[in-house]
Design a protein around this ligand. Structure first.
Ligand code: GAP
Length: 437
């Protein structure tokens, strides 16, 4: 199937099944803001949990934080965002459309062929006012990255945790960018969520930790079931580097619209702590016991977007077959783990199925469905990415077994109800379910 059609099918599935869809749709929607429904919100939570488990709970020397979206305006002056966080913008004098000057041929408007204005810088930060008076003194910004909250809190968190280098602080939270050209569904939006790790190290060890995090982060995508053939790393050239970075490697995914960045791993050097120290007048240093001197740590950053990785998960998992559409999520990512289906909506099948559903509900996200033919119910679960369907039939009433149907192979086996929770937990560890003995 053509890549553009495939992408369109994913977008329609997301709307039809209320996974993710335009915000405020009854008013015609608002460009580039998105709402997540029940399946989407479970998928999001799973993604964030998997990231948190790997990045924070998986390392003795990484801790979590949750900093505010609105910060002191001086933060953005010191960080360089007020002056440098800009995109070059051009307007078409005829059709009035706006474009990013670095993404088009500047000789004519790509839409109508009209004349374009000279490029001008456009700051991507959303502005608002704190308090009732809307003057310059009250102007504040919605953060365009979560990272700055970590830098300004570094001293408090490091000391409060009795930290030692190397030491990481991670957070997941909303960021806002007034993007000139949002698009490709949830790939680039104006309100999105980031997962960021700022890993503070002795400057002499920057390169070692940079390489280590690039490797570890790439492996994480494979561990959540993303096809490694559609992943690659791409180092930034010197002309592409952000104003704060000494080096940067993007992790890219092959979307239907080409290879695109999903995460950046950057060596931010001492830039952030130095600029905030200078601007705030506070010493942001760590005492090195061996050298007996103060050191300004360097920062290795891993920065990714929840919405963008969620799009990766959808694109990577989606498959259109002759008889069905299927989302082949890794079981740990799947929004619903188990569907419980009585063969027919009849007693005592329903009673047994409901009691099984209640038993499993404490351990997994479970959906109960007794509406329509069993074949249609399987297809519906395939489209939601549910890896296991459990069917309660007449044999279940006699021998306390159920049929387990695997989403990917559509293979079916019988399993005793006793010990089912443990068995499903075991199965969930692998993408391709092992045959049941
Ligand atoms: N703190 C560094 C930083 O923010 P970035 O490359 O600008 O770096 C990091 O952003 C990640 O955040 C990107 O790789 C992407 O996953 C996500 N991201 C950035 N802008 C986004 C947008 N407009 N919509 C959705 N995700 C975005």
């Amino acid at each position: 199937m053509e890549q553009a059609n495939l992408f369109q099918e994913i977008v329609s599935l997301c709307k039809r099944r209320a996974v993710v869809f335009p915000s405020s749709e009854i008013y015609g929607g608002i460009n580039s803001c998105w709402d997540y429904g029940p399946l989407g919100v479970e998928l999001r939570r799973n993604l964030k949990d998997l990231w948190w488990k790997a990045v924070v709970q998986g390392h003795r020397n990484v801790v979590g934080a949750d900093t505010s979206i609105i910060m002191h305006p001086e933060v953005w002056v010191a960080s360089g965002h007020r002056d440098h966080f800009t995109d070059p913008l051009v307007d078409c004098k005829s059709c009035k459309q706006r474009f990013r000057a670095d993404q088009i041929d500047l000789t004519k408007c790509p839409e109508c062929g009209g004349q374009l204005t000279e490029p001008r810088s456009f700051n991507l930060m959303f502005k608002t006012y704190m308090g009732p008076v809307e003057d310059d003194a009250a102007q504040v910004f919605l953060r365009p990255e979560t990272a700055q909250g970590i830098f300004v809190d570094f001293e408090t968190i490091f000391n409060g945790s009795r930290g030692k280098l190397p030491f990481g602080i991670a957070q997941i939270g909303k960021s806002f960018r007034n993007e000139v050209s949002p698009g490709n569904f949830i790939f680039r939006s104006r309100e999105f969520e980031q997962m960021e790790l700022e890993f503070f190290v002795d400057p002499s060890t920057e390169d070692f930790w940079f390489d280590k995090w690039v490797k570890e982060r790439l492996e994480w995508y494979v561990s959540i079931g993303i096809n490694p053939e559609r992943l690659r790393t791409r180092p930034h050239g010197p002309d592409e580097l952000a104003h704060y970075a000494k080096a940067c490697v993007d992790i890219e995914y092959l979307f239907p619209f080409g290879w695109k960045e999903i995460e950046g791993i950057a060596n931010r050097g001492q830039f952030d702590l130095q600029v905030h120290a200078r601007s705030s007048g506070k010493q942001l240093v760590v005492f090195d016991q061996v050298r007996e001197e103060n050191v300004v740590p360097s920062v290795i950053e891993s920065s990714s977007g929840v919405d963008r990785i969620l799009l990766v998960a959808l694109v990577d998992a989606y498959e259109k077959e002759a008889e069905r559409s299927v989302l082949r999520f890794h079981p740990t990512l799947a929004p619903t783990k188990v569907a419980v289906l009585p063969l027919m909506r009849k007693e005592p099948l329903v009673e047994k199925a409901v009691s099984l559903e209640e038993e499993l509900r404490g351990s997994f996200t479970v959906e109960y469905d007794d509406a329509g033919s069993i074949g249609r119910r399987y297809r519906r679960q395939d489209e939601s990415g549910t890896p296991y369907c459990l069917t309660v039939d007449y044999q279940s009433l006699e021998d306390d077994t159920v049929t387990i149907r695997f989403r990917d192979s559509m293979r079916q086996e019988r399993l005793p109800v006793k010990g089912l929770t443990g068995r499903i937990s075991e199965l969930m560890k692998s993408r391709e379910p092992m045959p049941v003995e």
